[in-house]
Design a protein around this ligand. Structure first.
Ligand SMILES: C[S@@+](CC[C@H](N)C(=O)[O-])C[C@H]1O[C@@H](n2cnc3c(N)ncnc32)[C@H](O)[C@@H]1O
Length: 284
């Protein structure tokens, strides 16, 4: 009698994958397993549950294996799935760009709250385009520009601009370099702000997959603020706002830079975890 080959049902694949990813150090292995299987099989999560006992064919198993193998190497889930939600919009992401973080939504919220009539907006370090696109969606009459030094990021940001049907003009270049005589009502930036020595201590998903140029903020993490804060004075309209995202423990130093440069109405704003995440100020 020949033995029947083992059948891989959805339930069995879920159980096995959850254990495998947990062994590889993936947090939330259960939830992530469900997302990976959903993506590989083209089902939503309810679809997985109602098909628990369905056996997978060779093609389906191979699709699941491909995604699970990538995640097991600690490639971020968002790169494996190809998208990340930000401000209620879905952004395409690849290793060319930093994965948009929900903490960055505070920067968008503060910008829209404090500068709701901004007609000209600049996003420095546009990455996936998540900030620029979210602002353009909410300020449909504004002219929104984004600058980015990575050609790969610019190409992806352009894809996200088109995906969301907004008008954002993208410039490849460094910081204010493409904007010699231009002034804006609102300048925002989520610059790289991790101190160089901390980069090697980050979790593998960040350390090994996200672009270093999106993370490295120099010895104390503050290099970009030292350039952007004083330079913004030459690129803001009267009454214009500069708002920047920052890392844990950086608010005091960055606020001091704003005050020293002569900004008024300076403020800090916290993320949902109570961490000072944004500093801003305006030209008197
Ligand atoms: C922390 S990421 C932010 C990306 C995106 N804005 C977001 O919030 O998800 C910083 C971005 O700044 C870009 N960048 C680094 N140095 C730059 C420079 N000198 N000029 C323009 N962009 C720069 C990086 O390539 C990266 O895309």
């Amino acid at each position: 009698m020949t033995e029947k080959p083992e059948t891989w049902t959805i339930r069995r694949v879920l159980d096995w994958t959850r254990g495998y990813l947990a062994d590889k150090g993936v947090e939330n292995a259960r939830l992530e397993t469900e997302w990976l299987l959903s993506a590989a099989l083209g089902l939503d999560r309810v679809g997985l549950y109602v098909n628990f006992d369905k056996p997978l064919n060779a093609e389906e198993l191979s699709a699941v294996r491909g995604l699970v193998a990538r995640r097991a190497k600690r490639e971020p889930l968002q790169y494996v799935l190809g998208t990340q939600e930000f401000c209620g919009l879905e952004f395409v992401v690849t290793p060319a760009v930093l994965i948009p973080r929900h903490d960055t939504e505070v920067l968008v919220e503060e910008a829209l709250r404090r500068a709701p009539h901004a007609a000209t907006v600049l996003d420095i370090g546009v990455g996936s385009g998540c900030i620029a696109v979210s602002l353009a969606k909410n300020l449909p009459d504004a002219q929104v520009c984004g600058v980015e030094q990575s050609a790969g990021a610019i190409a992806l940001a352009q894809q996200n601009v088109e995906r969301h049907g907004v008008r954002v003009i993208l410039y490849e270049g460094s910081l204010f370099e493409p904007f010699a005589d231009q002034r804006f009502d609102l300048i925002v930036s989520n610059p790289p702000y991790i101190p160089t020595a901390d980069l090697d201590t980050l979790q593998p998903e960040v350390r090994e997959y996200e672009p270093r140029a999106a993370l490295d903020g120099g010895a104390d993490g503050l290099d970009f603020y030292r350039i952007i804060v004083p330079a913004a004075l030459e690129h803001l309209s009267l009454g214009g706002w500069l708002m920047v995202e920052l890392g844990i423990g950086q608010a005091e130093s960055v606020l001091e830079m704003f005050e020293k440069a002569g900004f008024t109405d300076c403020f800090t704003a916290k993320d949902p975890n109570g961490i000072d995440r944004v500093v801003g100020g305006r030209i008197p």
